[in-house]
Design a protein around this ligand. Sequence first.
Ligand code: TXA
Ligand code: MG
Length: 342
Amino acid sequence: MKVLNGKNDINEAIEYIKNGKLVIFPTETVYGIGANVFDEEAVSSIFKMKGRKQDNPLIVHISDLNMLNDLVEEVGEIEQNLINEFWPGPLTIIFPKTNLIPDIVTCGLDTVGIRMPSNEIANKLIKQSELPIAAPSANISGKPSGTCIEDIKNEFINEDIIMIDGGDSKIGLESTVIKVENNQIIILRPGYITERDLSNYGKVKISPNILKEKFEEIQKVESPGMKYKHYAPNCRCELVLGENDNEIRKKILDEIGHGVEENNEAKIVVLYKYNEPDIKINDVRYICMGKDDEEISKNIYHLLRNLDKINPDIVYIESVEKTGLGIAIFNRLIRACEYNII
Ligand code: TXA
Ligand code: MG
């Protein structure tokens, strides 16, 4: 593994991509681990290095619209409007794919997810290698996505790979993934671009699985990635829901109270949102996720990874409201908690 500073020239990374090797690069959402989309062997090594299941398709990253022509059969009117508004940026659009894209990229699907990142280093890497780059998030499958080089380094330290350091990811959660069907925009994975942002361009439907609070209720999966264990720290995490913040905080106090009766040695962490709780329990570690949803989205993966360093017996996480960017945060938190809710 070798780290390049993204402020300097990145020619070595460009050569790597061209030669069928993998490069970890920054995007505005999270870091990606990328390969030349047309090189089946290189793409297959992404799956191996991440331990990723072979039925979870990759997003293809482009740097300009000319690249799109080779990759997709057609661009509908709504898709074109979305492209005009949101590219470059954190929106992945599902298109019917051409035969130029190897099956391994899309896991045999006849559609492909494409996005044009706004991050300058990502853009330079794609443009100068003159190749679309297939890239999932840079993390071992099941773990939180990588949003800074320090977190990612540990996971890929023994690999023949170049990492380009572009600082902390600005957004911190992966792109919004959508497809257009019967003139409806369907959100398959919520992200920074919200239902409201999209609603100017057509009727928007949020795939029902996204808002479900019970794993048993999750049925047909439209975006294969949403069905796996995801973003989970090694310790037990509970997502605490409530009508309002007072109720959430009261529930946490009650839970800690019961827990202490059973085992007063337990190492407990509370991840709280926005402002500090008025009542805190001795020996419990309180960590702020962020003062608003934007900050939470930026911090959350790093915080989840840090839990493994603290190694608590239990973590209580205050849920956010399921509106706006909160939908994307909720979606990640409930998976990080493996659907344990209080
Ligand atoms: O922000 C992001 O999207 C980051 C950066 C690196 O661009 N990438 C990322 O990739 O999050 P990944 O592989 O971790 O997530 C891709 C998601 C998965 O949930 C996958 O199932 C879905 O996109 N996806 C990809 N192609 C699809 C397709 N043809 N149909 C439906 N869902 C698709
Ligand atoms: Mg991922």
